[in-house]
Design a protein around this ligand. Sequence first.
Ligand SMILES: C[S@@+](CC[C@H](N)C(=O)[O-])C[C@H]1O[C@@H](n2cnc3c(N)ncnc32)[C@H](O)[C@@H]1O
Length: 265
Amino acid sequence: MSPTVGNDRPTHSADGGDVRALLTNVSARSSSRAELWTSFLAATGLARVAEVGVWKGDFAAALLAGCPAIDTYLMIDPWRHLDDWNKPANVATDTFETIRQEAMAKTDFAASRRRVMRGTTLEVVDTIDDGSLDFAYIDGDHTLRGIITDLIAMRPKIRAGGFLGGDDFCPSVWQHGPAYEPTLVCPAAVHVALAMRATIFALPFNQFLIAMPNGERGAGGFVDLGGRYGALDLASQVRPPHAGARARLRGALAALRRRAGRPRG
Ligand SMILES: C[S@@+](CC[C@H](N)C(=O)[O-])C[C@H]1O[C@@H](n2cnc3c(N)ncnc32)[C@H](O)[C@@H]1O
């Protein structure tokens, strides 16, 4: 993708080859997640951006400061305790209020460019016009329910040739250990992207970017720029309950049969 596309809707080739070149370049020279996205957005000149899951506003502040071309920045977050969200960031509602105020203070310098949308994705998404966004950054609920909901709900809001990106594209679903709901941004985002015939890129710092089809019908694909992601199956990470006990039992039965000189089965 040329960073100097001369219209107000920068776009990319159907096979994502130009996006790949740009992402390879910005990945190589970025030392943080914020730097990676700031470089990408600054290079593409994307203007209408949404962030799902804002927390304390550090990411929003970095993008608003580093990308003057952004004229609209939607900040979507309920900033309240959610009863059905088993993740470490689900703090008490009064703590969330302090966090919200911090997010506002950090982005006050760009108050005329931000639009604060307090609520979960599903609570606010219907107030966003279809096709009105160039880029949405998904960083809210990273469970299976959350990532599927956010990608499906936000997708129509992105114009043809726009982008859906996000955080917590972790090679392991056990990002927060067994006490918490697994993180399923990977592989769910890959499957959703391929269903949309879009190309999805795995980036450094556990980031992903989906280049939405721009009208031409592409095949889509998964491009792992850092080579960190192996098979996308779940069976290698998630075992059925009592799988260990069953395997031990099978082993013990086989040993008994061997001792008794009986054939298997
Ligand atoms: C990991 S934090 C976001 C971090 C932030 N993007 C950053 O880079 O600084 C996750 C945020 O997602 C929000 N969240 C959780 N469930 C959500 C949902 N269903 N819709 C929108 N936001 C959600 C939480 O309130 C929390 O502030």
